[in-house]
Design a protein. Sequence first.
Length: 129
Amino acid sequence: MKSKPRLILSTFALICLFTFPQTVYADTPKPTIVADKSLPNVTVIPNPARGKKLNFRVMAAGPCKVRIRVNNRFFDVVATIEKEGSALFDILWSLKTVPEGIYYYQAQIEDKATGQITKLPLQKFVVLK
């Protein structure tokens, strides 16, 4: 009769040992924080764009100068937009004279602290009226 409680207890101990996470002590080394590789980045909000304006949302590590070239579906330059800002900011673009269609944009970001220029890949957005 004494063997059944021991068997149950040892089975429970094995289940707990392999099921629950191990204890982490204070002297365990912490992981290092790696800089976000996705920065800098420029996105269009909203996409597809409706109405009279859209935002180019710029995300950078610090103060920067942004130059955005907008092309139509035939890759004719429709607009060139430049603005300076810091870390996270929006660039408004009026759609009053822009016809409905597919557009492409390419952003070039100059980091004001280091002078490094990053040319982002070509991206697309849609304008609906």
